[in-house]
Design a protein around this ligand. Structure first.
Ligand code: PAF
Length: 287
């Protein structure tokens, strides 16, 4: 596996591969890789001649400096895991390489991300999606991949990125990949590494509540299902729901009745101590 540190190195590498008609898959990550990321890499390797994985903790998508400072970083382990998973190259740039002169020195550009970016994460993490759009569009412009792979744990992020490529006129296929879970149901996340053993033992209650609520939802309203999940999770000492919204999976807007959409997802964010965990659950799937 080749380690690329600069934008020029990536451009040269991709130009060489394109010269031999290779298809290129990109897996954007912020490192601290787990099985969830590796499942994206596996898909990319299976679907493309060349797989590039970016490892970059993007400062512009953090609205909380403490969150950025404590975000886990494990470059050596990441590179080993990526080599084992069959990635062709890893792009691990510095902040200066991605944002010459620093993020503040970049030209101001407001991305058109649609109403999907205004709710949930957009509401609770102001500026977050602008930062995600900034780095993902930059990566797309550097790598020019045929396909890019994202995990459905960040369900809203995928919708926002789809809106971003449309408004920016970027031609790339977005491949959404299913959530990977630990044996006890906890959605895999780099942030899980920040949980104490006691927190790790209560965190699976998030998925448990969501899963139980699917059965509950068959005989209850959206409001009742919403309250069931929130009450069940908040009853666990150490867990606190920040938001839980049951939304149309295409628009990410809240709905009031199950009949309103053929594709309905519940998106949740829960604080486990200071660690912010997100998850989601489908209540209705299109045929
Ligand atoms: O999902 C993530 O890890 C990040 O938001 C992404 C897409 C790599 C952009 O920094």
């Amino acid at each position: 596996m080749i380690i690329l540190r600069t934008v020029n190195d990536v451009r040269q590498f991709v130009a060489r591969e394109r010269g031999r008609q290779a298809s290129v898959g990109l897996v954007p990550t912020m490192g601290a890789l787990h099985e969830g990321h590796l499942s994206l890499v596996e898909k990319a390797v299976a679907g493309n001649d060349v797989t590039i994985v970016s490892v970059f903790v993007n400062p512009t998508q953090f609205n909380n400096p403490e969150d950025l400072a404590t975000y886990p970083r494990k470059e050596e382990d990441d590179f080993r895991l990526l080599a084992e998973a069959g990635a062709t190259a890893v792009f691990a740039p510095s902040v200066e390489e991605m944002y010459p002169g620093g993020p503040e020195a970049q030209p101001v550009h407001t991305f058109e991300l649609g109403t999907a970016a205004e709710v949930m994460e957009g509401k609770y993490r102001p500026g977050h999606f602008q930062g995600v759009a900034q780095v993902v569009s930059l990566l797309f412009r550097i790598v020019e991949p045929d396909r890019a792979y994202f995990g459905e744990k960040d369900f809203q992020q995928i919708a926002v990125i789809r809106n971003m490529i449309k408004s920016e006129g970027i031609n790339v296929e977005i491949v959404a990949c299913p959530i990977k879970r630990a044996g006890d149901g906890l959605a895999l996340s780099s942030r899980n590494a920040l949980l104490t053993p006691a927190q790790r033992s209560i965190a699976p209650s998030i998925h448990a509540a969501l899963k139980e609520s699917v059965e509950f939802s068959r005989t209850h309203s959206i409001r009742q299902t919403h309250d069931y999940v929130v009450d069940r999770i908040n009853a666990v000492e150490g867990l606190e729901v920040e938001y839980f919204e049951i939304v149309d999976a295409r628009t990410l807007q809240k709905i009031d009745e199950w009949e309103e959409s053929p594709w309905i997802v519940g998106c949740i964010t829960v604080y486990c101590g200071k660690v912010r965990l997100i998850d989601n659950m489908a209540y209705r799937l299109p045929d």
